[in-house]
Write a new protein. Structure first.
Length: 108
């Protein structure tokens, strides 16, 4: 998620948007100049940290270690923290996606 200050909406007003939505917003005449520059959004990536395992945290929360990169340069280590119900939902969605991919890859 990125934050984009909404012009003309009062002090401190911020919109949060994923990069594709921000790119769409950047094309509008209401977008601030800094957001219109493609260089602000290009080159960002979030990856799992290969050497770190998903871990169980306090109160049953699940932490997924991530790297924040820009232009393939490491900027920060992050955790995606999921509640037990969010982790269960993601697990089910990943299972369905893998199952669909396996079905599509089978010869007829």
């Amino acid at each position: 998620m990125i934050d984009a200050v909404e012009t003309g909406s009062g002090p401190g007003a911020i919109l949060y948007a994923c990069p594709p939505c921000a790119r769409t917003y950047a094309l509008s005449p209401l977008a601030p100049d800094w957001l219109r520059e493609d260089s602000q959004l290009d080159g960002w990536r979030i990856d799992r940290v290969p050497a770190k395992s998903v871990r169980l945290e306090a109160e049953g929360h699940i932490a997924v270690p991530l790297w924040l990169l820009r232009d393939n340069q490491h900027l920060a280590d992050l955790d995606l923290t999921l509640s037990p119900s969010e982790a269960e939902t993601l697990h089910a969605q990943l299972g369905r996606a893998l199952e669909e991919g396996t079905r599509g890859a089978r010869p007829a």
